[in-house]
Design a protein around this ligand. Structure first.
Ligand code: SF4
Ligand code: SF4
Length: 326
């Protein structure tokens, strides 16, 4: 069997990626994964396997670790390296690699493959479906108001922004992409991205809000333990929302905690809320009304479709929408 074939099997690479393998890994990385054979080994052990000096192997291992070809663990004070898998490498490459060199048709297949893996690997949705009380303890668990994200930024010690992997993979919209915030202990030696000041982070989340992105994050007890992640999401690209819509777990994960309250008496029928709502909760009801001598399409609201993101209330020029706690 060729090294590339053995590598694809061990690294769990889908078959359709075969002609594009060189985008994701080097020849040396493939050899490394094949020689590891699923084992967790030290740099000294791996130098023996690769017939190379420890000095050279350490460089290879560190680069492969940063590229999420390898994972690293410490046991009894020693550093061990183990193969990651294609799912992890794809996540890394779509953010930091030359991902858009790949043809769009291949990127579409990768998005579908990754989305299917996401569903298989995350039991959050299953917990929601089964009403498991532990389901609150998932990443991206809450739909957050912009004001809550600003509070999280206020208490964070360190803030990093990275490209959104969902948007890089899905490429289903033209909204901003460098929008995922990592905080404090969630920042690791391979988070990457740009460090932001609190002011820069607030400017960024306000900008994402203006551009129609909803805010999610957590953990649910961030006021006690500090924030870990805030994502700025849409329903076209972002896997948690796509999955919730597809599996019918609306409002449960990511969890809704607010609902819009619409006062039609104050409404100027400008239609901004209709444009901004990702779920069609605000819509034109098909009738035309006269407002101060001008014909306007009448706006209606279906609270059953509301996820409580606050995008409508943030942009309503008439104060006709307020967010209420569920
Ligand atoms: S954004 Fe406000 S004023 Fe405009 S249509 Fe919606 S509720 Fe009415
Ligand atoms: S109606 Fe609900 S889901 Fe739609 S924009 Fe407003 S708060 Fe978000």
């Amino acid at each position: 069997m060729l090294i590339s074939e053995k590598f694809m099997e061990l690294f769990q690479v889908p078959d359709f990626v075969k002609p594009y393998l060189h985008h994701f890994v080097t020849e040396q990385e493939m050899e490394l994964i094949v020689k590891l054979k699923g084992r967790s080994l030290t740099a000294d052990d791996i130098a023996g396997l690769m017939n190379a000096s420890v000095y050279k192997v350490r460089d290879l291992l560190e680069k492969a670790y940063q590229r999420e070809v390898l994972n690293r663990e410490i046991k009894d004070g020693l550093v061990y390296y183990k193969a990651a898998d294609f799912y992890a490498r794809l996540d890394n490459y779509c953010k930091w690699g030359n991902y858009y060199v790949l043809p769009k048709s291949v990127r579409k297949k990768l998005d579908q493959w990754c989305y299917d893996e996401f569903l298989k690997r995350n039991n959050n949705f299953q917990k929601v479906i089964e009403n498991d009380p532990e389901y609150d303890n998932c990443f991206n668990e809450w739909v957050l108001l912009l004001s809550e994200v600003e509070e999280m930024i206020d208490v964070a010690r360190e803030i990093r922004v990275v490209p959104c992997d969902c948007k890089m993979l899905a490429d289903n919209c033209d909204r901003p992409r460098e929008v995922c915030l990592f905080f404090d202990n969630k920042i690791t030696d391979r988070t990457g991205g740009r460090t932001l000041t609190k002011d820069e982070a607030k400017q960024l989340v306000r900008y994402t809000d203006q551009k129609g992105l909803m805010h999610t994050g957590g953990p649910y007890n961030w006021r006690e333990v500090g924030p870990n992640v805030v994502c700025n999401c849409c329903a076209d690209c972002c896997y948690p929302f796509r999955a919730a819509l597809h599996l019918g777990t609306k409002g449960k994960w990511p969890k809704s905690r607010y609902i819009a309250n619409y006062n039609p008496d104050n409404c100027r029928l400008c239609g901004r809320c209709v444009q901004r709502c990702h779920f069609g909760a605000f819509y034109y009801d098909g009738t035309v009304v006269d407002q101060k001598g001008r014909s306007r399409r009448r706006v209606a609201f279906n609270p059953d479709l509301c996820w409580g993101c606050g995008l409508c209330a943030n942009s309503c020029p008439a104060g006709a929408i307020v967010m209420e706690k569920l």
